[in-house]
Every structure is written in C-alpha cells, then in structure tokens.
Design a protein. Sequence first.
Length: 127
Amino acid sequence: MHERIHTAAAPEAVGPYSQAIKTTATTMIFCSGQVPLDPKTQELVTGDIETQARRVMDNLKAVLAEAGADFSHVVKTTILLVDLNDFATVNAVYGSYFGDPKPARATFEVSRLPKDARVEIEAIAVL
C-alpha cells in the first residue's frame, strides 16, 4: 500500500514520523484538522496538553474509522500548536497512535486555534 522513504542524504526524522511516504493507492481521505472537542458535548475538553492531544487523536481515529481507515493508512499529518513548548508532550501522545512506518509530518506554532484549543491535527490517509 505505502512504503517508508528514507535517505541518509537528508536529515533523520527527529520524532515519530517518516521523511516521506510513497503510495500507489488511489483512494485518498483528507481529514480536516481536529481540535480537542468532546464529540458528545461539542465543548473543549478540560485538562493539560496531553489530555487535549489524546482527544484530538481519538477524534481523528473516529473520522478515519468512519471512512473505513485507521492510523495505518495515514501518510501525512500536520500538527498546529499554540505553544511549541508543548511539542515533546504532543509528540509522545501522537507517536503512541502510529505503528511503522510513521507518516510524513509538519509541525507549526500558531498564534491561535479554534475554541482556544492548544493543539490541532489534520491527516491525509490512503486506502
């Protein structure tokens, strides 16, 4: 379905992601960014950045499942953080949801997210 691309001619991945993912599949799923909203209440979950990151990943998991996919189908993600100091914690939570190969990824610090969330993650999956 998809394979990890790795070259010593570019920097090693410094976290749970791949330099690139190559795919020959034709069905793609583009998941909108998820913020840590509780799907039952539509309210932002209370708690620390780890709690928010887990809710985001669980929301993504639900969206992927509805599309007939799971985290093994994800080839690219983007993480948006209000505070890049939260990177290590979010990175650990994020990494716990993926097997190998890890998807390609970009992470950005932003000034504000919807509902004043501290983290948002979007994903692209391939079936």
